[in-house]
Design a protein around this ligand. Structure first.
Ligand code: SF4
Ligand code: SF4
Ligand code: SF4
Length: 212
């Protein structure tokens, strides 16, 4: 029998090992392919963030620069502000803790999109409804891992009950350019890149805005 990956009360979330991510975007493409998402809708996105400067040291220029990637989707947050603002209760939580869009109730008002600091809910113009990561509920129902997790060639992504992920990987849940984690309490654990900047540092900039 397949393992039960939709356990009631599990409060599933993601782990992202930023030190292993090389920005290949296989996770982003695997998600898009698995869910057959139209152009302009991307449930998992890989963000490039870089900054720093050069200093003159004697007769040479010394670099003090950084660049790293962050792969991010919906974080199935403890404080899901998307659910709070949804006027029709279309944005809902499953018994296993994951947040999903009940399309039969969604009127496409976009309140959830504006409220979510991760930009996770996106309008699918073909259906007229919001859409977002459901942590691959159908795959999990069959005892399979989410598509993005399986696709990562660097094994930078993991998933599971958030308490287990925190025990295994620590408590870090934000780095720049992700938002203040106190807003939604994301079910996300990050193993930071060696050059990762604090979420509120403002030291760099997103360098691939047209891709995300
Ligand atoms: S990341 Fe955004 S859409 Fe996902 S649960 Fe949190 S607030 Fe809602
Ligand atoms: S868990 Fe599934 S729906 Fe969510 S980002 Fe990964 S592939 Fe996409
Ligand atoms: S597939 Fe893995 S290595 Fe590639 S961008 Fe996604 S998380 Fe990073």
């Amino acid at each position: 029998m397949a393992e039960d990956y939709t356990k009631e009360g599990a409060q599933y979330g993601f782990h992202f090992d930023q030190s292993l991510c090389n920005g290949c975007k296989a996770c982003q493409i695997a998600c898009k392919d698995k869910h057959d998402l139209p152009v302009g809708v991307t449930w998992r996105r890989v963000v490039e963030y870089s900054g720093g400067s050069w200093q003159v040291q004697g007769n040479t220029f010394e670099p003090n620069v950084f660049a790293y990637y962050t792969s991010v989707s919906c974080n199935h947050c403890e404080n899901a502000v998307c659910m709070e603002v949804c006027p029709t209760t279309a944005m809902s939580r499953r018994p296993d803790g994951t947040v999903y869009v009940d399309e039969s109730k969604c009127v496409g008002c976009r309140y959830c999109q504006w409220a979510c600091p991760y930009g996770a809910p996106q309008l699918n113009a073909e259906t007229g409804h919001m859409s977002k990561c459901d942590l691959c509920y159908d795959y999990r129902s069959e005892g399979k891992d989410p598509a993005c997790v399986s696709a990562c060639p660097s094994r930078a992504l993991d998933w599971g009950p958030i308490d287990e992920l925190r025990e295994k990987y620590g408590e870090t849940n934000s780095v720049a350019p992700l938002p203040d984690p106190s807003i939604t309490k994301p079910h996300l654990v990050i193993s930071p890149h060696r050059d990762a900047q604090a979420w509120d540092s403002g030291t760099g900039q997103i360098t691939n805005p047209k891709e995300i």
